[in-house]
Design a binder for this molecule. Structure first.
Ligand SMILES: Cc1ncc(COP(=O)(O)O)c(C=O)c1O
Length: 926
């Protein structure tokens, strides 16, 4: 039960600390109010209890009145009514009205009809105003809210609302209501708390501070440094607020209403506004702009074109008998296909690229437009749709930018598509080691020091000009997130035109919530470009140059480096599996580009690479779903991602605070997955079972630390259950309860929340974990001494006997020119090694037991892998073609108890290069 959350001294805030989400707190407070008022209705209580309950009811109404000032529903008038009923002690009507409000809020029905809390639902449904909500076509019009920042009186607010309502027309595609807040701080709270806000109209003459001091809402304010707004003049405040809102929620349409000439303000701070109105009195212009702004985000050029096409009568005298469903509906044997999928999908299947459609290989119509809209939504300069997953997107980018002989720095535990990309492009591959998390049989991410060390070595060897690209996975499968800005900044200081490819296969959603967005490739590229152009940076860099004048190259590793603004170029690419974290059909993926050098010399090879990997019959349904997925994130990405994070927090909290669950399970936290040296904030956990979420400074960790944890990826540690990850996944979660997960390690399983996760699915998961934990309890209670010993042995094996994770060993000298250089470098020609293996006489096979490969190793022979060897888990190659096999790698492979190892057949053994081939290849390499 939440308390009032007010900051009055002396009030307990214990329960509030357990609310990470004001939305949850809001809904629970309405539910509590319903319960208090309905209990008061019965009046069968002691006097003291009635008094206590009356006080609670009063506090709850007061609290909600403050919270609801940031929402259009329930309205100010609704609260006047609630107070009247409370004062008249009409708890019967009060509880019924509160119940209606709570239901409308929690069920979201206020979005689809005008709720008049005073009238019964049936009458209300037929009301005149609801005709504007419910179109005769039965299609519900999307609803949103418009924020007005204005110090208006309640009468003025009423006037604005009524003036805008009068402008509604039945043919409008959307419907909106307004929320008016009186200050800068209130506006910030409103856009972060109220997901319905899509538009902000910033008027003039409003103060900085909010008069409300609700702690749960004030938490939003700690995310921004207000000091720079303290001294702002009235005239500047609107534009400053606009900039800040655009940073927090870039999708919002912003309008400025002013009574002064803002062009004069330094730095043209009005760029973020869609339009500026001078002393607005006429609402029609504003109203039409508001609707048009939403329409610009709502449009889906390719989906719309495809729908239109599917309705046109056409005769097909070309390929694709399935088009129009003809080959199916005519069939005697496959009619169930149409029954299952419905006819529309076949009406939309065509090989046409004209007639209103477009070609992905050379887009000029609706696909081009849809890609442009996606670029806007994801903060890119350009976006390309890919219909064969990020596996293909990665190969396109690598082929486009890397030519044979170019050096690429790449994390060794990256997705296999990158390793194949290296083979295809003929890159000299320099593998980077991630820090190991041996206790959990998984890797973390690559420390910046490791990257800098490699770059500085190339500099010393005089080879920096050949280093083309740094390729990293952000976030990793297990949810480790890089400090993207720091990595790019320091690398650019060493190599100012380095190309970055960030594999964001799992991170497409991150662009739609402010804290996560800061660590995405596109947002960082944009920020860095602006930073290096600024006067402030020029001064910072001049200062840095003075400080670093005496610094030797050898010391650069220990310094925080800054790039030279005169030479730095921002060249950033990100690949995202839209289908993994946003709405898209399987294989829907996007390449986002923010490259200051994307001129014809880059664009042409990019187009060639795109052609190389793209089918001439790309799937239209996937393309349409990418278009729709983009619409969704531009209109509700903020809401859905916020909820996804909140639900992940709820799962973490429930497991940590549940006495039974916490005996067997725990979710890994920052302190488990990120060594302390990479967490300068000192923050190791975002939740404490005793103290709740408060004071855990997650924002601070995200602002400063080298790595942070994506909370929506929940790694459940199973060491204390005695059940390994694979068995837990298959025999417990899947077989018994139908819960599907993907990744496991020896002693962990990975759960994820996504934008489709619901509160009930979270409740189901917790319920299942409780059932499994109860089963474990029962097993232990019933176990004989021998059985108990067996369980203990299994627990020991999962918690203590874990094989250390091996680093990348090195390439054999036949494939590593750098091994003979004065300053040795470790990059290898993986492509040469890969194709040598095509000739059988170059290869032999050895099993990994001590008698076979062990003896060969003892004899001093170089054992070099001729293929990729990838165990699942961990799911990345422990051996690549040309790599020397080390004792550690063998020990790791022997200790692995996984069933699936790609590239390794236990009966035949590892595929190795013969000694003759190695001698020949070494000679050929010169
Ligand atoms: C890091 C990473 N990159 C790329 C991919 C490939 O993505 P897709 O399945 O969209 O081809 C995956 C797939 O799991 C991945 O984990």
């Amino acid at each position: 039960m939440p308390d009032t959350g007010a900051t009055d001294k002396g009030k307990s805030r214990t329960t509030l600390d357990f609310y990470h989400s004001p939305t949850q707190f809001r809904f629970d407070t309405w539910n509590n109010l319903e319960e208090y008022s309905s209990r008061l209705r019965t009046r069968q209580m002691r006097k003291a209890d009635v008094a206590a309950l009356t006080r609670k009811t009063k506090d709850a109404i007061a609290l909600l009145q403050t919270i609801e000032k940031y929402n259009a529903f329930p309205s100010r008038e609704d609260f006047i009514l609630l107070w009247q009923l409370f004062d008249n002690q009409d708890f019967d009507l009060l509880s019924r009205i509160v119940a209606r409000i709570a239901r409308a809020l929690i069920g979201g029905t206020y979005r689809s009809r005008q709720i008049n809390v005073r009238v019964p639902t049936e009458v209300e449904d037929k009301s005149e105003i609801n005709q504007y909500f419910d179109e005769s076509s039965h299609q519900q019009r999307p609803y949103f809210e418009v924020l007005f920042v204005d110090e208006s009186s309640p009468q003025d607010v009423k006037l604005i609302r009524e003036s805008l309502r009068k402008l509604r027309r039945p043919e409008d595609h959307f419907i909106y209501d307004i929320v008016v807040v009186p200050s800068f701080e209130d506006a910030l709270i409103a856009v972060l708390f109220n997901y319905n806000i899509q538009v902000a109209v910033i008027r003039y003459g409003f103060p900085l501070r909010s008069e409300h001091h609700l702690e749960i809402l004030q938490r939003y304010l700690v995310k921004i440094d207000e000091s720079e707004y303290e001294d702002s003049l009235d005239i500047e405040r609107g534009p400053l607020l606009g900039n800040l809102l655009a940073e927090l929620r870039p999708e919002l349409d912003l309008y400025l209403v002013t009574d002064a000439a803002v062009e004069g303000i330094a730095g043209n701070v009005t760029q973020k506004f869609s339009r500026i109105f001078y002393q607005q009195e006429d609402y029609l212009d504003l109203h039409l702009n508001i609707l048009r702004g939403i329409q610009l985000r709502y449009q889906t050029p390719f989906f719309t074109a495809l729908r239109k096409y599917s309705r046109q009568p056409t005769g097909v005298f070309h390929a694709m008998p399935i088009s129009r469903g003809k080959s199916i509906t005519k069939s005697h044997w496959i009619k169930d296909m149409v029954q299952f999928y419905g006819i529309n999908i076949f009406l939309a299947e065509t090989s046409a690229t004209s007639g209103g459609l477009d070609s992905l290989l050379q887009p000029h119509g609706p696909i081009k437009k849809a890609q442009e809209l996606a670029a806007r939504a994801f903060g890119a300069k350009r976006t390309y749709f890919v219909t064969n997953g990020t596996s293909t997107a990665n190969k396109i980018v690598v082929q486009a930018l890397v030519k044979p002989g170019d050096i690429v720095l790449i994390d060794r535990d990256c997705h296999k598509s990158h390793h194949y990309g290296m083979v295809l492009s003929g890159a000299q591959v320099c593998y980077l080691d991630s820090y190991p998390l041996s206790d959990y049989s998984m890797y973390g991410a690559v420390p910046l020091r490791e990257i800098k060390e490699k770059l500085l070595r190339y500099k010393k060897a005089g080879l920096l000009h050949r280093v083309k690209m740094l390729l990293l996975t952000n976030c990793t499968f297990d949810g480790v997130v890089y400090n993207v800005e720091r990595v790019m900044e320091e690398c650019l200081a060493i190599k100012p035109d380095l190309v970055f490819l960030w594999d964001e296969a799992w991170f497409a959603f991150a662009g739609f919530t402010p804290t996560y967005r800061r660590r995405t490739a596109m947002a960082t590229a944009k920020r860095l470009k602006a930073r290096y152009r600024s006067k402030e940076y020029a001064l910072e860099y001049a200062d840095y140059q003075k400080r670093m004048a005496k610094c030797k190259d050898a010391d650069l590793l220990h310094e925080k480096l800054l790039p030279d603004p005169a030479t730095v170029r921002i060249r950033v690419y990100a690949t995202q599996s839209t289908h993994k974290s946003l709405t898209s059909l399987r294989q829907g993926s996007m390449i986002h580009v923010y490259d200051q050098q994307f001129n014809h010399k880059v664009q042409e090879p990019f187009n060639e690479a795109f052609m190389t990997h793209t089918s001439t019959s790309p799937n239209y349904q996937i393309l349409a779903s990418l278009d729709i997925g983009r619409r969704q994130v531009e209109l509700e990405g903020f809401e859905l991602v916020q909820k996804q994070i909140e639900l992940a927090m709820t799962i973490r909290e429930r497991v940590a605070s549940h006495p039974l669950l916490s005996r067997y399970f725990r979710f890994l936290e920052a302190k488990d997955m990120i060594p302390a040296e990479f967490r300068p904030s000192g923050i190791g956990s975002y939740f404490d079972p005793d103290k709740g979420w408060r004071n855990l400074r997650m924002e601070e960790a995200w602002a400063t630390d080298d790595f942070v944890i994506d909370l929506t990826r929940l790694t459940l540690y199973l060491g204390l259950t005695g059940v390994d990850g694979d068995t837990f996944k298959n025999s417990y979660l899947m077989d018994k309860y139908g819960i599907q997960i993907n990744k496991t390690s020896r002693n962990t399983v990975l759960f994820m929340t996504n934008i489709g996760t619901t509160r009930s699915s979270v409740a189901f998961l917790i319920e299942v974990l409780v059932k499994i934990a109860t089963e474990f309890d029962q097993q232990r209670e019933d176990a004989s001494r021998v059985e108990r010993k067996l369980i203990d042995k299994r627990i020991k094996s999962l918690t203590k006997d874990l094989p250390p994770l091996p680093d990348f060993s090195h390439f054999h000298e036949a494939f590593c020119a750098g091994s003979k250089r004065k300053v040795t470098t470790s990059d290898g020609d993986i492509r040469r090694a890969f194709f040598y293996a095509y000739d059988d006489e170059n290869c032999e096979y050895m099993t990994i037991d001590a008698a076979t490969i062990g003896e060969a190793m003892k004899s001093g022979r170089s054992l070099v892998s001729a293929s990729f060897v990838t165990p699942y888990p961990p799911g990345f190659p422990v051996l690549v073609p040309g790599q020397v096999i080390s004792e550690e790698i063998l020990a790791f492979m022997r200790a692995l108890d996984v069933k699936e190892i790609h590239g390794y057949n236990p009966e035949i053994g590892l595929q190795l290069f013969t000694e003759e081939l190695l001698q020949r290849a070494t000679k050929e390499a010169g």
